[in-house]
Design a protein around this ligand. Structure first.
Ligand SMILES: [Mn+2]
Length: 332
C-alpha cells in the first residue's frame, strides 16, 4: 500500500466522519459485490448515526433478496440528488456505468463524490478517489474503511453483507484476487459474526433446477471451441432463455463454469444486447490479457476478467472480430 492510497482511505474516513447525509450509488446490473457493498455501507451508516439512502434502479438477482436488511429507492430526481450533502459511488469504474435511474443524470451529480472501487481502469471521476486494484472487492475495501473509523460498530448484518461481496467477487476465495489480506479480512468479518455458512449454502451451493437444466443444454448444444480448444465461447440464444424462463440477471455464474474447461486459456460469454453483442471475458493465464481484448471492443476491466460490447455488427461479423482479437492475444 503506497502513502497516497493510504491517505486517500484516511481522507475518505475523515470526510465521512464530518458529514451527516449520504447518497449511495453503485453500477447498473449490480452483482454480489455491488449489492453487498451498498447495503453493508447503508446499514453501517445508519447503525452509527448517519443518514443515508441507497438507489438501485435495476432489479436485483433473486438469490440476494433474502440478504437485504433494508429498503432502497429505485429512482431519484436531480433535485433529490442535490438535497444530499454528498454521494458515495461504489464498485463503478466510470460514470457511464452508474446506476442512477431515469430521473437524474449521472454526469450532473453536483455534490461531492467519494469513489470506492477496485477496478484498475477506474477513471477517478470523484472528489475523493479510493481506487485499490490490489483489494479483492469493493466490499473488502469498505471493511478496510471501517477500520479507519474504530469507534463505529460493524453489526453481524453488515459483516455478512461485506463478506458476501468478498465471496462473490473472489468466487468463494478461488480467484487470484484472493490475497493473504483478503483471507485475514474475511476472518475478521467472521469474528464479527458474519454468516459465512449461510452465504456459502445459499449463494455457492444452491441454484434453481431450471437454471441447472438451462446450463446443461447450453453447454451441450451451444459451446464453440477455437484455436485447438484454447478459446471457448458460448452465445446465449434468446429462445433458450425463454424455454427455461431464466432471468439474464441470474446468469452471473455461467462464465465461471465456462472458465473451468481444461485447456481453455480464454473464454467468452456472448449475449445479444440492443444494437450489438455484449461480451464477458475471462483468462486463466496472465500472459493472455482479456483486458486488452475488452478495451478493443469498447469495454474494460481487469487483465484476467473483463467485458465489452461489439456494436453495429451482425452475429458472424461480431464473432469474427472477437475471434481475431483473441487469436492475437493467444499468439502474441
Ligand atoms: Mn467488484
Amino acid at each position: 500500500m503506497t502513502m497516497t492510497d493510504r491517505s486517500n482511505l484516511e481522507k475518505a474516513a475523515e470526510f465521512i466522519r464530518t458529514h451527516d447525509d449520504f447518497l449511495l450509488l453503485t453500477h447498473e446490473r449490480p452483482d454480489g459485490d455491488a449489492i453487498g457493498s451498498i447495503f453493508g455501507l447503508l446499514n453501517f451508516f445508519r447503525d452509527n448515526g448517519k443518514c443515508a439512502e441507497a438507489v438501485l434502479p435495476d432489479e436485483l438477482p433473486e438469490k440476494y433478496l433474502s440478504f437485504l436488511p433494508s429498503n432502497y429507492r429505485t429512482d431519484i430526481s436531480s433535485v433529490e440528488v442535490a438535497m444530499h450533502q454528498c454521494c458515495i459511488i461504489l464498485d463503478t469504474p466510470n460514470q457511464f456505468r452508474i446506476g442512477i435511474g431515469n430521473a437524474a443524470k449521472a454526469e450532473q451529480i453536483g455534490i461531492p463524490v467519494i469513489l470506492l472501487d477496485h477496478h484498475p481502469d477506474n477513471a477517478k471521476y470523484g472528489t475523493i478517489n479510493v481506487v485499490k486494484p490490489e483489494v479483492s472487492s469493493t466490499a473488502e475495501l469498505l471493511f478496510m474503511l471501517s477500520k479507519e473509523l474504530p469507534q463505529w460498530r460493524v453489526s453481524p448484518e453488515v459483516a455478512t453483507l461485506w463478506l458476501l461481496g468478498m465471496i462473490m467477487d473472489t468466487g468463494g476465495f478461488r480467484f487470484d484476487n484472493t490475497s493473504p489480506a483478503t483471507l485475514r479480512n474475511a476472518a475478521d468479518l467472521i469474528e464479527l459474526k458474519a454468516d459465512h455458512h449461510r452465504i456459502m449454502l445459499e449463494l455457492l451451493f444452491s441454484k434453481p433446477l431450471a437454471l441447472l437444466q438451462f446450463e446443461a443444454e447450453l453447454f451441450n448444444s451451444h459451446l464453440h471451441r477455437e484455436f485447438g480448444g484454447r478459446f471457448a465461447w458460448i452465445y446465449i440464444p434468446e429462445a433458450l432463455i425463454r424455454k427455461y424462463r431464466i432471468e439474464m440477471r441470474d446468469t452471473e455464474g455461467l462464465i465461471e463454469i465456462l472458465r473451468s474447461i481444461r485447456n481453455a486459456d480464454i473464454v467468452a460469454l456472448v449475449q445479444g444486447n440492443g444494437d450489438g453483442f455484449k461480451v464477458s471475458l475471462r483468462s486463466k493465464d496472465s500472459r493472455y490479457s482479456v483486458g486488452w481484448v475488452a478495451r478493443e471492443i469498447n469495454g474494460g476491466g481487469h487483465e484476467m476478467a473483463a467485458g465489452g460490447k461489439i456494436k453495429n455488427a451482425n452475429f458472424d461479423a461480431a464473432m469474427k472480430t472477437l475471434s481475431d482479437l483473441v487469436g492475437k492475444v493467444l499468439h502474441s
